[in-house]
Design a protein around this ligand. Structure first.
Ligand code: OOG
Ligand code: NI
Length: 468
């Protein structure tokens, strides 16, 4: 029997193929990649705290920065989401977290497909933020039915891909030839189509209801709308963007600049206005109509420590409170006001760890051994701190691998226009989303906790210690 290609390898092949396709489709993405590579090289050269922390993590963490990307797609139906889950599973990507964007005025809810194991993340942490349109939020009955009809009739996956999904399920994997075919077929789903599937009038009706609806409903597939490289210094990258002919949005989403970066900071450049073609009613080429559509953009991100539930709660509270002082501010003034609002959020690793605000993972220092274990506390947290104090183990923050709904809404808005936000009644729809998906989403906090606990357990085993 032919050997199966590992899901990690299929994911890496796919993310490279996707990056090549997007670079050809949106040349500014190629420019952004060069800019980020440039800034990252400078940051590493100058050995900033961020660069040092990264270097301490060893080769795999450095290697992953070069290829690290996330993308986003928007799906139209529960069936599309269900099949998309199977597609990502072949690449070792699983749904983590539920993001409800309705409170922020976007008629979608979402998850992020990403690798979850430490080794898989180190191999290639490629993630795709995947939204599902919530048709039930379209108020106009006839428009809602029309959208449902159109979506019902489209097939966003090729026959070849569907056959390979079945084969992979049946055989428990894909061999080299099938893996190559899989990447080619899967790419088709993410490709841009300049021909709309509806006439101009229908497009404008959806556009009027919400720009997002037009983007999801009027095309053959869920074109990838951005791919985001990871920068080691988002402030420097944002500042350099205009020199490279890229106009960034006015504010960086997420937490302010800090000595210990937390969570995720993001900024984007505005979506391009791209030519599209509307078909004629009678299908006659001469009756086609020209138009434009804005959907595809560029984004950069800087990642910091994953926060515990407690830390996250504090972050959410401070961010919400900061709105009052940052409202209407842009660029440096906005960042200064934000930093002020976050003044009381501890900004050193020891405090973040001791107060249980951020997740850490542990590693035994080289050559460490315990000689007087009877003087060590037995309670796990206290024991970890005592071992760090004695330089027997080292703690380092776990990188945040997920997304922030408030930031995501800000990214959506900057591309769809501020006028795009509408008010949708808050309903708890996670159960509907998971029913469509066919599985429950994984809890991000549980994943970080497991990683932290496992690393500490391994340290204690190495040192011959036990804890309570
Ligand atoms: C997704 C926007 C969210 C992020 O990085 O938070 C996102 C979209 O516009 O479809 O990608
Ligand atoms: Ni994004």
């Amino acid at each position: 029997m032919a050997r199966h290609v590992s899901p990690d390898d299929i994911r890496t092949r796919f993310s490279h193929a996707m990056s090549d396709m997007y670079r050809a489709e949106v040349p500014q993405y190629g420019t952004l990649l060069k800019l980020v590579a440039d800034i990252n090289a400078q940051t590493l050269y100058h050995r900033t705290p961020e660069a040092n922390a990264l270097a301490n993590r060893g080769g795999s963490e450095m290697a992953r920065i070069e290829i690290e990307r996330h993308g986003a797609i928007r799906l139209g139906t529960p069936e599309e989401l269900h099949t998309m889950r199977r597609v990502f599973a072949v690449m070792g990507m699983f749904p983590v977290s539920y993001y409800d964007l309705a409170p922020a005025g976007m008629p979608v809810h979402a998850t992020a497909f990403r690798p979850v194991d430490d080794e898989a993340l180190a191999h290639n942490p490629f993630r795709v933020f995947t939204s599902l349109l919530r048709l039930e939020l379209i108020e106009d009955d006839s428009l809602r039915h029309r959208a449902a009809d159109i979506l019902e009739r489209r097939q966003i996956f090729t026959d070849g891909l569907l056959a390979l999904l079945d084969k992979s399920d049946l055989d428990g994997g894909l061999d080299d030839r099938d893996a190559t075919a899989f990447v080619i077929e899967a790419l088709e789903t993410f490709r841009w189509h300049s021909h709309a599937t509806v006439d101009a009038e229908t497009y404008h009706a959806f556009h009027q209801a919400h720009r997002l609806i037009a983007d999801v409903v009027c095309f053959r597939g869920p074109h990838i709308n951005h791919l985001t490289p990871r920068t080691l210094d988002i402030d420097a990258t944002q500042q350099a963007m205009p020199e490279w002919g890229i106009t960034p949005k006015a504010t960086i989403e997420g937490p302010p600049q800090r000595d210990c970066p937390i969570l995720l900071r993001q900024t984007s450049f505005k979506a391009l206005e791209e030519p599209i073609i509307f078909p004629a009613d009678n299908g006659d080429e001469s009756g086609e109509e020209a138009g434009t559509h804005t959907a595809r953009f560029g984004e950069i991100e800087q990642r910091g420590a994953a926060l515990t539930r407690r830390g996250r709660k504090r972050y959410d509270q401070l961010l919400a409170a900061s709105r009052e002082v940052t409202h209407g501010l842009e660029s440096d003034a906005q960042q200064r006001a934000l930093a002020e609002a976050f003044h009381d959020f501890p900004d050193d690793e020891a405090t973040l760890r001791r107060e249980g605000l951020a997740w850490f993972e542990y590693q035994v220092e080289e050559g460490a051994s315990v000689t007087d274990s009877q003087h060590l506390p037995s309670e796990r947290g206290a024991l970890a701190e005592a071992l760090i104090e004695r330089n027997l183990i080292q703690a380092r923050p776990i990188i945040y691998e997920d997304f922030l709904p408030v930031s995501a809404a800000g990214i959506f808005r900057s591309n769809l226009g501020d006028g795009s936000a509408q008010h949708y009644a808050a309903t708890d729809s996670q159960a509907d989303f998971e029913a469509a998906l066919g599985v429950a989403v994984k809890d991000e906090f549980a994943l970080y906790e497991k990683r932290s606990e496992r690393s500490l357990t391994a340290c204690l085993e190495t040192l011959g210690l036990t804890s309570t």
